[in-house]
Design a protein around this ligand. Structure first.
Ligand code: C2E
Ligand code: CA
Ligand code: CA
Ligand code: CA
Length: 278
């Protein structure tokens, strides 16, 4: 059955016909959203589990729609990916993350900002130069940005993705594999990819307290990451118990509702300055 996500009259079908009326009106609404400044950058903290310190944040986009309220990304990101609009959106998010990174530095915080990229972004050979053009005038070092890519985005066209990733890595950007364990990827590629971080998918982390298999997957992923010299982040950290377990397993960082839900970017610096570890 076709999955349909509804948001007022704005409906996204995964198989939405590119030329259809619905699709055209969603596309023009998205264009208007950028022009009218309706997109919002939310930030969710990433915390060092050993030191109990805020070390970064993931940038997550929302759409503040004039009549429909705050629209979550899953209601327009897949459509944006299908239509190619995602490149415009990614550029917007990257610019916002670079600006925020500057603000955080000026406030005396050392944070790494994570930004999600899609297949379409990886297929864009000008992407590394475009990101550099955003950070250079702000004097933001490349290492203060981390680019999160899913296994499936890489496996779409592995050779081309690899070439973009190598370019980005050589320029000093940090790279992370998102939703690790849920996609279709091979350890042979993992070995070749110039990545710095693995993010354990939240489905495993959220289930590990009640399901032994999920707990084993989390433990093995942490081991795998460390054996490959990568840092590992658990997303979907929702309880104190999960915090304690992950700490014992040697997981480097955590991200999740137990620490904080994504918040509007203008609240982040105050939040990070007053946060206390459990
Ligand atoms: P993601 O990259 O896996 O991002 C993490 C998602 O998990 C976020 O949902 C976050 O709010 C949610 N999350 C974090 N901690 C917890 C937790 O403890 N429990 C639960 N249940 N959820 C948690 P969000 O913001 O709705 O984003 C959903 C997805 O939309 C993202 O998944 C990402 O794939 C996509 N997305 C969001 N912003 C962007 C963007 O700027 N560009 C691209 N390409 N994709 C984006
Ligand atoms: Ca992500
Ligand atoms: Ca994820
Ligand atoms: Ca996920």
């Amino acid at each position: 059955a076709a999955k349909t996500r509804q948001c007022g009259s704005l409906i996204y079908h995964p198989q939405l016909d590119a030329g259809s009326q619905e699709s055209l009106s969603l596309l023009s609404e998205l264009r208007r959203a950028v022009e009218n400044d309706e997109l919002r950058l939310y930030l969710q903290p990433k915390v060092d589990l050993h030191q109990g310190r805020v070390v970064g944040a993931e940038a997550l986009v929302r759409w503040q729609h004039p009549t429909r309220g705050l629209v979550p990304p899953m209601q327009f990101i897949p459509f944006a990916e299908q239509t190619g609009f995602i490149r415009m959106l990614s550029a917007w998010v990257l610019a916002g993350a670079a600006k925020f990174s500057r603000e955080a530095m000026d406030a005396g915080l050392s944070l790494r900002l994570s930004v999600n990229l899609s297949t379409r972004d990886l297929m864009d050979q000008d992407l590394p130069a475009k990101i550099e053009a955003l950070i250079t005038p702000l004097q933001v070092p490349p290492a203060s940005l981390c680019l999160e890519i899913t296994e499936s985005a890489i496996m779409d066209d592995p050779e081309r993705a690899l070439s973009t990733l190598e370019h980005l890595h050589a320029m000093g950007f940090k790279l992370s594999i998102d939703d690790f364990g849920t996609g279709y990827s091979s350890l042979a590629y993992l070995k070749r990819l110039p990545v710095d971080e693995l993010k354990i998918d939240k489905s495993f982390v959220m289930a590990m307290e009640r399901d032994l298999d999920d707990a084993r997957i989390v433990r093995s992923t942490i081991e795998l990451a460390h054996n490959l010299g990568l840092s590992v982040v658990a997303e979907g950290l929702e309880t104190l118990k999960a915090w304690v377990i992950l700490g014992k397993l040697g997981c480097d960082q955590g991200q999740g509702y137990y620490i904080c839900k994504p918040m509007p970017q203008d609240q982040f610096i105050a939040w990070a300055s007053s946060w206390q570890p459990p």
